[in-house]
Design a protein around this ligand. Structure first.
Ligand SMILES: [Zn+2]
Length: 300
Protein backbone atom coordinates (compact mmCIF):
# COMPACT_ATOMS: atom_id res chain seq x y z
CA UNK A 1 0.00 0.00 0.00
CA UNK A 2 1.53 3.36 -1.00
CA UNK A 3 1.77 6.29 1.41
CA UNK A 4 -1.75 7.64 1.92
CA UNK A 5 -1.85 11.31 0.95
CA UNK A 6 -4.73 13.70 1.58
CA UNK A 7 -5.22 16.57 -0.82
CA UNK A 8 -7.77 18.87 -2.43
CA UNK A 9 -7.37 21.18 -5.45
CA UNK A 10 -9.00 23.96 -3.41
CA UNK A 11 -6.12 23.97 -0.90
CA UNK A 12 -4.95 26.56 -3.43
CA UNK A 13 -7.05 29.68 -2.87
CA UNK A 14 -5.62 31.30 -5.99
CA UNK A 15 -3.71 34.31 -4.63
CA UNK A 16 -1.77 36.60 -6.97
CA UNK A 17 1.73 35.29 -7.72
CA UNK A 18 3.35 38.20 -5.86
CA UNK A 19 1.33 37.72 -2.63
CA UNK A 20 3.44 37.39 0.54
CA UNK A 21 1.88 33.96 1.04
CA UNK A 22 3.10 31.60 -1.73
CA UNK A 23 -0.25 29.96 -2.43
CA UNK A 24 0.94 28.30 -5.65
CA UNK A 25 3.08 25.94 -3.59
CA UNK A 26 0.01 23.70 -3.15
CA UNK A 27 -0.53 22.80 -6.85
CA UNK A 28 3.25 22.69 -7.35
CA UNK A 29 3.62 20.26 -4.44
CA UNK A 30 1.06 17.97 -6.09
CA UNK A 31 3.03 18.25 -9.33
CA UNK A 32 6.21 17.33 -7.46
CA UNK A 33 4.48 14.33 -5.86
CA UNK A 34 3.20 13.15 -9.26
CA UNK A 35 6.70 13.52 -10.73
CA UNK A 36 8.02 11.33 -7.91
CA UNK A 37 5.37 8.65 -8.53
CA UNK A 38 3.77 9.29 -5.11
CA UNK A 39 0.37 10.55 -6.26
CA UNK A 40 -1.23 7.53 -7.90
CA UNK A 41 -4.98 6.89 -7.53
CA UNK A 42 -4.33 4.32 -4.75
CA UNK A 43 -2.39 6.95 -2.79
CA UNK A 44 -4.67 9.98 -2.99
CA UNK A 45 -7.56 10.74 -0.65
CA UNK A 46 -9.73 13.81 -1.15
CA UNK A 47 -10.27 16.10 1.83
CA UNK A 48 -13.79 17.15 2.81
CA UNK A 49 -14.53 20.43 4.60
CA UNK A 50 -14.49 20.11 8.39
CA UNK A 51 -18.02 20.63 9.72
CA UNK A 52 -18.55 23.61 12.02
CA UNK A 53 -19.08 21.26 14.98
CA UNK A 54 -15.46 20.01 14.61
CA UNK A 55 -14.06 23.50 14.16
CA UNK A 56 -15.89 24.67 17.29
CA UNK A 57 -14.08 22.06 19.39
CA UNK A 58 -10.93 24.16 18.90
CA UNK A 59 -12.20 27.64 18.11
CA UNK A 60 -14.67 30.13 19.54
CA UNK A 61 -18.10 29.60 17.98
CA UNK A 62 -18.42 33.23 16.83
CA UNK A 63 -15.05 33.11 15.04
CA UNK A 64 -15.96 29.83 13.27
CA UNK A 65 -19.24 31.39 12.15
CA UNK A 66 -17.40 34.50 10.93
CA UNK A 67 -14.98 32.44 8.82
CA UNK A 68 -17.73 30.25 7.35
CA UNK A 69 -19.86 33.34 6.65
CA UNK A 70 -16.89 35.34 5.31
CA UNK A 71 -17.54 38.08 7.86
CA UNK A 72 -14.26 38.09 9.79
CA UNK A 73 -13.57 41.59 11.21
CA UNK A 74 -10.89 43.49 9.27
CA UNK A 75 -8.68 43.76 12.32
CA UNK A 76 -8.47 39.96 12.55
CA UNK A 77 -8.01 39.62 8.79
CA UNK A 78 -4.99 41.90 9.11
CA UNK A 79 -3.56 39.60 11.80
CA UNK A 80 -4.20 36.58 9.57
CA UNK A 81 -2.48 38.31 6.66
CA UNK A 82 -5.21 38.07 4.04
CA UNK A 83 -8.96 38.74 3.71
CA UNK A 84 -11.22 35.76 4.40
CA UNK A 85 -13.33 35.50 1.24
CA UNK A 86 -15.13 32.38 -0.01
CA UNK A 87 -11.97 30.66 -1.33
CA UNK A 88 -9.90 31.28 1.81
CA UNK A 89 -12.82 30.17 3.96
CA UNK A 90 -13.27 26.94 1.98
CA UNK A 91 -9.53 26.30 1.99
CA UNK A 92 -9.41 26.61 5.79
CA UNK A 93 -12.32 24.19 6.23
CA UNK A 94 -10.72 21.74 3.77
CA UNK A 95 -7.27 21.87 5.38
CA UNK A 96 -8.77 21.09 8.80
CA UNK A 97 -10.93 18.30 7.36
CA UNK A 98 -7.84 17.03 5.53
CA UNK A 99 -5.79 16.74 8.69
CA UNK A 100 -8.63 14.86 10.42
CA UNK A 101 -8.74 12.45 7.45
CA UNK A 102 -4.94 12.08 7.42
CA UNK A 103 -5.01 11.32 11.17
CA UNK A 104 -7.59 8.59 10.64
CA UNK A 105 -5.53 7.13 7.79
CA UNK A 106 -2.44 7.25 10.01
CA UNK A 107 -4.28 5.35 12.75
CA UNK A 108 -5.24 2.71 10.18
CA UNK A 109 -1.98 2.46 8.17
CA UNK A 110 0.73 3.78 10.51
CA UNK A 111 1.51 6.91 8.52
CA UNK A 112 -0.36 9.39 6.34
CA UNK A 113 0.24 12.99 5.28
CA UNK A 114 -1.85 16.01 4.40
CA UNK A 115 -0.62 18.22 1.54
CA UNK A 116 -1.70 21.24 3.61
CA UNK A 117 -2.10 21.92 7.33
CA UNK A 118 0.13 22.95 10.19
CA UNK A 119 -1.73 26.24 10.70
CA UNK A 120 -0.32 26.52 14.18
CA UNK A 121 -0.72 30.27 14.81
CA UNK A 122 -4.53 30.11 14.79
CA UNK A 123 -5.67 30.52 18.41
CA UNK A 124 -8.97 29.66 20.03
CA UNK A 125 -10.45 33.12 19.52
CA UNK A 126 -9.07 33.94 16.06
CA UNK A 127 -6.60 33.27 13.27
CA UNK A 128 -3.18 34.88 12.89
CA UNK A 129 0.08 34.59 10.93
CA UNK A 130 -1.39 33.15 7.67
CA UNK A 131 -3.39 30.62 9.74
CA UNK A 132 -7.19 30.63 9.71
CA UNK A 133 -8.14 27.40 11.52
CA UNK A 134 -5.70 25.33 13.58
CA UNK A 135 -6.06 21.99 11.78
CA UNK A 136 -3.86 19.99 14.19
CA UNK A 137 -5.77 21.27 17.23
CA UNK A 138 -9.08 20.54 15.49
CA UNK A 139 -7.97 17.02 14.53
CA UNK A 140 -6.62 16.31 18.04
CA UNK A 141 -9.91 17.32 19.63
CA UNK A 142 -11.96 15.39 17.07
CA UNK A 143 -9.96 12.21 17.78
CA UNK A 144 -10.33 12.69 21.54
CA UNK A 145 -14.05 13.44 21.31
CA UNK A 146 -14.68 10.41 19.12
CA UNK A 147 -12.58 8.16 21.35
CA UNK A 148 -10.15 7.38 18.51
CA UNK A 149 -7.17 8.43 20.66
CA UNK A 150 -6.53 9.06 24.36
CA UNK A 151 -2.98 10.44 24.36
CA UNK A 152 -1.74 12.67 21.58
CA UNK A 153 1.69 14.19 20.95
CA UNK A 154 2.23 17.24 18.75
CA UNK A 155 5.77 17.56 17.36
CA UNK A 156 5.95 21.00 15.78
CA UNK A 157 9.21 21.61 13.93
CA UNK A 158 8.07 24.61 11.87
CA UNK A 159 10.59 27.43 12.38
CA UNK A 160 7.91 29.51 14.12
CA UNK A 161 6.68 28.71 17.61
CA UNK A 162 3.35 26.86 17.83
CA UNK A 163 1.61 29.56 19.84
CA UNK A 164 -1.92 28.90 18.59
CA UNK A 165 -1.70 25.17 19.27
CA UNK A 166 -0.41 25.91 22.77
CA UNK A 167 -3.25 28.38 23.32
CA UNK A 168 -5.98 25.94 22.25
CA UNK A 169 -4.57 22.79 23.85
CA UNK A 170 -2.93 24.30 26.94
CA UNK A 171 -5.75 23.09 29.19
CA UNK A 172 -6.12 19.71 27.48
CA UNK A 173 -4.06 17.20 29.51
CA UNK A 174 -4.52 14.48 26.88
CA UNK A 175 -2.45 16.38 24.31
CA UNK A 176 1.24 17.19 24.81
CA UNK A 177 2.50 20.06 22.67
CA UNK A 178 6.18 20.26 21.72
CA UNK A 179 7.59 23.08 19.61
CA UNK A 180 11.20 23.48 18.46
CA UNK A 181 11.66 26.77 16.66
CA UNK A 182 13.81 29.82 16.01
CA UNK A 183 14.09 31.95 19.11
CA UNK A 184 14.02 35.24 17.17
CA UNK A 185 11.21 34.31 14.78
CA UNK A 186 7.52 35.26 14.81
CA UNK A 187 5.53 35.24 17.08
CA UNK A 188 7.16 37.90 19.25
CA UNK A 189 4.96 36.96 22.24
CA UNK A 190 5.13 33.18 22.41
CA UNK A 191 2.51 31.14 24.26
CA UNK A 192 4.17 28.35 26.24
CA UNK A 193 3.78 24.82 24.84
CA UNK A 194 4.14 21.85 27.18
CA UNK A 195 7.74 21.84 25.96
CA UNK A 196 9.48 24.56 23.95
CA UNK A 197 12.99 24.55 22.57
CA UNK A 198 14.14 27.87 21.14
CA UNK A 199 17.14 27.70 18.81
CA UNK A 200 19.53 30.52 17.92
CA UNK A 201 19.81 32.00 14.41
CA UNK A 202 21.97 29.99 12.02
CA UNK A 203 21.73 26.75 14.03
CA UNK A 204 22.44 24.54 10.97
CA UNK A 205 21.98 20.83 10.29
CA UNK A 206 24.36 19.26 12.80
CA UNK A 207 23.35 21.16 15.92
CA UNK A 208 19.66 20.98 14.97
CA UNK A 209 19.67 17.22 14.45
CA UNK A 210 21.70 16.63 17.59
CA UNK A 211 19.13 18.52 19.66
CA UNK A 212 16.26 16.64 18.06
CA UNK A 213 17.93 13.24 18.57
CA UNK A 214 18.16 14.00 22.30
CA UNK A 215 14.59 15.15 22.72
CA UNK A 216 12.68 12.47 20.77
CA UNK A 217 13.40 9.60 23.22
CA UNK A 218 12.42 11.90 26.10
CA UNK A 219 9.08 12.60 24.42
CA UNK A 220 8.31 8.97 23.75
CA UNK A 221 9.37 7.92 27.26
CA UNK A 222 6.66 10.14 28.80
CA UNK A 223 3.61 8.17 27.80
CA UNK A 224 2.30 5.67 25.29
CA UNK A 225 1.14 8.05 22.55
CA UNK A 226 -1.75 6.91 20.37
CA UNK A 227 -0.73 9.23 17.53
CA UNK A 228 1.85 11.91 16.74
CA UNK A 229 0.99 14.99 14.70
CA UNK A 230 4.16 16.08 12.95
CA UNK A 231 4.36 19.65 11.63
CA UNK A 232 7.18 19.39 9.09
CA UNK A 233 7.44 23.09 8.24
CA UNK A 234 10.29 23.69 5.80
CA UNK A 235 10.85 27.30 6.86
CA UNK A 236 13.87 26.05 8.83
CA UNK A 237 15.65 25.94 5.43
CA UNK A 238 18.62 28.24 4.77
CA UNK A 239 16.94 29.77 1.72
CA UNK A 240 13.59 30.38 3.41
CA UNK A 241 12.51 34.01 3.35
CA UNK A 242 11.21 33.92 6.95
CA UNK A 243 13.38 31.27 8.59
CA UNK A 244 16.71 31.74 10.34
CA UNK A 245 17.88 28.24 11.19
CA UNK A 246 19.94 27.50 8.05
CA UNK A 247 19.08 23.86 7.41
CA UNK A 248 19.95 22.24 4.06
CA UNK A 249 17.80 19.85 2.00
CA UNK A 250 19.85 16.98 3.44
CA UNK A 251 19.17 18.35 6.92
CA UNK A 252 15.43 18.49 6.23
CA UNK A 253 15.45 14.93 4.93
CA UNK A 254 17.40 13.70 7.95
CA UNK A 255 15.02 15.54 10.29
CA UNK A 256 11.93 13.97 8.74
CA UNK A 257 13.56 10.53 8.80
CA UNK A 258 14.52 10.95 12.45
CA UNK A 259 11.00 11.93 13.56
CA UNK A 260 9.04 9.45 11.46
CA UNK A 261 11.49 6.59 11.99
CA UNK A 262 11.60 7.17 15.74
CA UNK A 263 7.86 6.91 16.33
CA UNK A 264 7.06 4.25 13.74
CA UNK A 265 9.78 2.01 15.22
CA UNK A 266 7.68 2.01 18.38
CA UNK A 267 4.45 1.37 16.52
CA UNK A 268 3.16 4.91 17.10
CA UNK A 269 1.21 6.29 14.10
CA UNK A 270 2.40 9.55 12.56
CA UNK A 271 0.19 12.11 10.82
CA UNK A 272 2.34 14.54 8.80
CA UNK A 273 1.26 18.07 7.87
CA UNK A 274 3.36 20.38 5.70
CA UNK A 275 3.53 23.54 7.84
CA UNK A 276 5.22 26.73 6.71
CA UNK A 277 7.57 27.43 3.84
CA UNK A 278 8.21 30.81 2.23
CA UNK A 279 10.22 31.45 -0.87
CA UNK A 280 9.87 33.38 -4.10
CA UNK A 281 11.28 30.31 -5.88
CA UNK A 282 8.05 28.36 -5.44
CA UNK A 283 9.09 25.21 -7.39
CA UNK A 284 12.13 24.88 -5.08
CA UNK A 285 9.84 25.43 -2.09
CA UNK A 286 7.40 22.76 -3.32
CA UNK A 287 10.33 20.34 -3.71
CA UNK A 288 11.27 21.03 -0.07
CA UNK A 289 7.74 20.19 1.05
CA UNK A 290 7.88 17.03 -1.11
CA UNK A 291 10.76 15.73 1.06
CA UNK A 292 8.27 14.86 3.84
CA UNK A 293 6.33 12.67 1.41
CA UNK A 294 9.48 11.06 -0.03
CA UNK A 295 10.68 10.14 3.45
CA UNK A 296 7.24 9.04 4.67
CA UNK A 297 6.66 6.86 1.60
CA UNK A 298 9.70 4.77 2.56
CA UNK A 299 7.87 3.85 5.80
CA UNK A 300 4.41 3.25 4.32
ZN1 LIG B 1 6.43 28.79 10.03
Amino acid sequence: MPLQIVHHPDYDAGFAANHRFPMSKYPLLMEALRARGLAGPDALNTAAPAPASWLKLAHAADYVDQVIGCSVPEKIEREIGFPVGPRVSLRAQLAAGGTVLAARLALRHGIACNTAGGSHHARRAQGAGFCTFNDVAVASLVLLTQGAAQNILVVDLDVHQGDGTANILGNEPRVFTFSMHGERNYPVRKIASDLDIALPDGTGDAAYLERLATILPELSAQLRWDIVFYNAGVDVHAEDRLGRLALSNDGLRARDKMVIGHFLAQGIPVCGVIGGGYSTDVPALAARHALLFEVASAYA
